[in-house]
Design a protein. Structure first.
Ligand code: FAD
Ligand code: NAP
Length: 303
């Protein structure tokens, strides 16, 4: 029986593990992949205090390294279900069941799809959701990036290292991204912008992507643009399948908590991107993780 099982080893989960272990709880960190979460898909992080700039995977390792010496146990597993039996919770993976007194959901969010023709067909053949993973395949090619948030603009900037030109297609005439990120993008000679427009289809031949169909949402005008790759950054979907059945999510799947990361079930907490909140960042996930570990400690001690 663990005191606390944390599902997901992103920045939120790793911080919760750090604080819980330092409170002497018996902690298991369950992860379905490599520790680091979305940081592993991020080139440079420039807004984590203490670092002017650090590679995402490097920051991930720096967060992970102190955990084992503190006694945090790690296990691989895709958590499929969490059951609440009062002072005992069951965590079910494909092949194991773990028992714990308390649980923190730190499962984050995943990219949303654009849902246009050609997106699935050309998956891994020119359509990508990860510039860090796939950018180098597009050396000296033209790339389309869809979206206007932090991810789209930062990752488009990263792609200018490889591409001959990167064109952002955004559905409005104003970006959502933070101002400092926008300003850099507007100054980058390899970047171009197509405003008030959506990608309606991804085009290709029998091998790979060759371009996109674009429609102006104000005039209705349809055009085609040639490109070797299409990177899609149109927002996030919660990874909360394991919480279904507990009645703690919104209809869209975000887990609802109070300011102390409590869900409505005693001993079950949620932190980071999977939580219903406005501002999804590494720093906010880290803050959530510290708070939830403290609450779990109080809960377990009271039991
Ligand atoms: P995540 O980092 O998403 O980690 C969740 C973990 O849970 C994952 O490792 C996942 O494998 C695991 N998991 C999920 N479901 C299960 C399951 N069922 N069983 C087991 N494990 C599971 N923020 C910044 O502050 N600065 C940046 O520069 C920045 N750049 C970004 C760039 C991109 C392209 C993206 C997409 C995001 C960026 N962000 C940035 C946002 C930041 O990465 C997230 O806000 C942060 O990673 C959220 O942390 P988290 O711990 O909540 O979740
Ligand atoms: P986001 O902030 O939700 O932005 C999604 C973008 O996609 C928006 O510009 C949106 O347009 C557009 N969009 C949504 N649906 C669309 C559709 N169907 N067709 C065309 N465009 C569509 O998502 P994100 O950029 O992935 O960021 C997610 C979170 O991670 C945010 O909290 C962000 O701050 C954080 N993050 C932080 C950093 C950083 O701090 N450096 C870097 C990356 C991500 P509208 O603008 O019109 O809504």
């Amino acid at each position: 029986m663990y005191d606390l099982i944390i599902i997901g080893a992103g920045p939120g989960g790793m911080t919760a593990a750090l604080y819980a272990a330092r409170s002497n709880l018996k902690v298991l960190l369950l992860e379905q992949g490599a520790p680091g979460g979305q940081m592993n898909n991020t080139a440079e992080v420039e807004n984590y205090p203490g670092y002017a700039s650090i590679l995402g995977p490097e920051l991930a390792m720096k967060m992970y390294e102190p955990l084992e010496p503190l006694g945090v146990e790690n296990a691989y597993g895709i958590v499929q279900k969490v059951e609440d039996h009062g002072s005992k919770k069951l965590i079910l993976t494909e092949d194991k069941t773990f028992e714990t007194k308390s649980v923190i959901f730190a499962t984050g969010a995943n990219h949303r799809k654009l849902d246009v023709p050609g997106e699935d067909e050309y998956g891994a053949r020119g359509v990508s959701y990860c510039a860090v993973c796939d950018g180098a395949f597009f050396k000296d090619q033209e790339i389309i990036v869809v979206g206007g948030g932090d991810s789209a603009i930062e990752e488009a900037m990263f792609l200018t290292r490889f591409a001959s030109k990167v064109t952002i297609v955004h559905r409005r005439d104003e970006l959502r991204a933070q101002k400092i990120i926008q300003e850099r993008a507007f100054k980058e000679p390899k970047m171009a912008f197509i405003w008030d427009s959506v990608v309606t289809e991804i085009l290709g031949d029998d091998k790979k992507v060759t371009g996109v169909k674009i429609q102006n949402v104000k005039t209705g005008e349809a055009t085609e643009k040639a490109a070797g790759g299409v990177f899609i950054y149109v927002g996030l979907l919660p990874q909360s399948e394991a919480a279904q059945g507990l009645g703690i999510t919104t209809d869209a799947g975000w887990i609802v908590t109070d300011d102390h990361m409590h869900t409505k079930i005693p001993g079950i907490y949620a932190i980071g991107d999977v939580r219903e909140k406005d501002f999804r960042q590494i720093t906010t996930a880290v803050g959530d993780g510290a708070a939830a570990a403290q609450e779990a400690y109080k809960y377990v001690t009271a039991l």
